[in-house]
Design a protein around this ligand. Structure first.
Ligand code: HEC
Length: 206
């Protein structure tokens, strides 16, 4: 009985196996470490929603956002835009950011030119993901969800620079009236604004 058990133990020690990354006589490429089967997908990396990850429908950039644009999407988009894009494209998107002002090889185009106003959302996704000309890509810094959030905000910037009278909410004067101050700021303190009288009337009539 004892000898039998002993034999078993020895077997486990000398079973046929390869040391990590050792040479193999079995495979023609002589590698014991085998590449994953073609088409294998790492856990959590199945990108079923192609549009969400490429911005493309077939070979063409798509027009629409892959999810509804909410206030949260725009807020997040603005935050990310101001971090990742504004240094070059400026906070208003006219291309006069700080980096080009200090001699970056080329000034970025304004987002308010007709060509980029008309460019579909998926085109912006592609530029952020793969870069464009001398602009580096931001695929590793900005996850896909945030790329779309940024695009929603760029669209808002574009609308803001090209708004017409019909975009102004009814009843708002143009240019909007300057704010009224209860106390002017001293330079060290912010001015205290009076609440909008129309808003107060509305509240009181409720
Ligand atoms: C380091 C500076 C820099 C940053 C940061 C940057 N860009 Fe750019 N971007 C450029 C430059 C420069 C160009 C023009 C490139 C060229 O023509 O070679 C450009 C071009 C573009 C274009 C226009 C492509 C076209 O068809 O003309 C888009 C859209 C764009 N950038 C979007 C973005 C967005 C969105 C971000 C933020 C995620 C961003 N960029 C961040 C420098 C930058």
């Amino acid at each position: 009985m004892l000898t039998l058990l002993g034999a078993c133990r020895i077997d486990m020690h000398v079973q046929p196996r390869q040391n990590p990354l050792s040479r193999s006589d079995f495979f023609t490429d002589q590698r014991s470490a085998r590449p994953p089967v073609e088409g294998a997908i790492a856990r959590g990396q199945l990108r079923e929603d192609t549009y969400f990850y490429t911005g493309k429908l077939g070979n063409n950039p798509g027009e629409q956002m892959p999810f509804p644009v909410t206030r949260e999407v725009l807020d997040r988009g603005r935050e990310r835009y101001n971090i990742f894009c504004a240094p070059c494209h400026s906070r208003v998107g006219d291309g006069n950011g700080f980096i080009p002002s200090r001699g970056f090889a080329r000034k970025p185009p304004s987002f308010h030119i007709v060509r980029l106003q008309k460019a579909p959302a998926g085109y912006f996704f592609d530029v952020i993901t793969n870069g464009f000309g001398i602009m580096p890509d931001y695929a590793s810094q900005i996850p896909a969800q945030d790329r779309w959030n940024i695009i929603a905000y760029v669209r808002a910037l574009q609308l803001r620079q090209n708004a017409t009278l019909s975009d102004v909410p009814a009843g708002q004067k143009i240019p909007s009236e300057p704010p009224k101050f209860r106390e002017p700021g001293s330079g060290a303190t912010l001015p205290a604004t009076l609440p909008d009288t129309k808003e107060i009337e509305k509240e009181e009539s409720k």
